[in-house]
Design a protein around this ligand. Structure first.
Ligand code: ZN
Length: 113
């Protein structure tokens, strides 16, 4: 379950921020998990609860934004929305798509006290 490792990475980043910016507690964490990112939001939330125990992020609410996948179609020269990586263009049914967004996971912002 690679979400557990990702959750650990998120908590590590938060702890580094806490040390640098001297906050004691995180109230809310907003994550962006693109629809094409291969990250399961529920599994990540579960992992986050487990690995944040005893850290500044313990008890923080996790808010997950889930932007759709975006791709540029070389055939119809348009930016389209795709649900999965291995999908044809929804406009022209072509397969020459370049993924341009919705494929990453990152921390968007933290609400701290
Ligand atoms: Zn197309």
């Amino acid at each position: 379950m690679h979400e557990l490792a990702l959750a650990r990475g998120v908590v590590e980043v938060i702890e580094e921020q806490a040390a640098a910016q001297r906050f004691r507690r995180v109230v809310r964490v907003r994550l962006v998990i693109g629809a094409l990112s291969h990250v399961e939001p529920e599994a990540l939330a579960f992992g986050f609860d487990a690995v944040s125990r005893g850290t500044v992020a313990e008890g923080a609410a996790l808010v997950i934004d889930r932007p759709p996948g975006q791709a540029y179609c070389l055939d119809c020269e348009a930016t389209v929305t795709v649900d999965e990586r291995a999908a044809p263009c929804p406009r022209c049914a072509g397969w020459r798509l370049m993924i341009t967004g919705g494929d990453d996971m990152r921390i968007k912002d933290l609400e701290v006290e």
